[in-house]
Design a protein around this ligand. Structure first.
Ligand SMILES: *Cc1c(COP(=O)(O)O)cnc(C)c1O
Length: 218
């Protein structure tokens, strides 16, 4: 199936209230434009400079999401245009995003990435550290960022019950914090596990290969 057919099929299958972030890392602008032409406006990248290069070439009404691990010294390259940063894992990083967003008089939405997978390689905060961050006085002083919710990546495994359990833990944490911190987004689910994520309460899925085909890292 073509990219536009995949997008259309995704859109019609998605329950109301769930945002599809089309993950375009490693894909050329020509292919991303095919998704754009079908009406898709929300795109995700995991490298800041690759996202910046695509932002310069794509129409202005694209909503760019940074879904990968962020290096503080590169925040300045995306502060002018990025809408949502999914994988925040420290107050230090939030402060830098706030500082750079202020330079452009913008408010950048951020999500805290929680470690839910059993693999050592997945980034993310532990629950207690996330709660401490959310309670800190320093966070309240940051006017150019808004923490809108949580993000997590499940273990890469065929064991559906393990994935489901990891998503459930994140959803429970999200529910326990939602009202107090005015959360509206729970970013969980990728090509291999988005159906489970939606069943477990995701509001935002990040889907790459199921739309654009396998990535070629050359
Ligand atoms: C690449 C990536 C995705 C999308 O992965 P697919 O399996 O291709 O859907 C989602 N989230 C993050 C953080 C990613 O880096």
């Amino acid at each position: 199936m073509s990219i536009s057919e995949n997008i259309k099929e995704f859109k019609t299958g998605l329950p109301d209230g769930i945002t599809l972030v089309a993950v375009t890392k490693t894909k050329p602008v020509s292919e991303i434009m095919e998704a754009y032409e079908t009406g898709q406006r929300v795109f995700g990248e995991n490298k800041i400079q690759e996202m910046e290069a695509k932002w310069r070439k794509m129409p202005e009404d694209v909503e760019w999401h940074m879904i990968g691990h962020v290096q503080r010294n590169k925040v300045k390259y995306m502060a002018e245009f990025v809408s949502v940063v999914h994988a925040v894992d420290s107050l230090k990083l939030l402060k830098e995003i706030n500082k750079q967003a202020a330079k452009h008089q913008r408010v950048i939405h951020c999500m805290l990435q929680l470690k839910i997978a059993s693999e050592e390689t997945k980034f993310g905060m532990h629950e207690e550290d996330a709660k401490a961050l959310l309670n800190s006085e320093e966070l309240k002083a940051l006017e150019n960022i808004k923490v809108v919710g949580l993000m997590g990546m499940a273990t890469f495994t065929d064991d559906e019950e393990q994935i489901r359990g990891e998503f459930q833990r994140l959803k429970n944490l999200y529910d326990s914090l939602k009202e107090r911190y005015n959360f509206s987004e729970l970013s969980m689910g990728m090509s291999g596990d988005y159906k489970i994520a939606i069943a477990e309460g995701s509001t935002m899925i990040r889907v790459g290969s199921a739309i654009f085909g396998a990535r070629n890292y050359g």
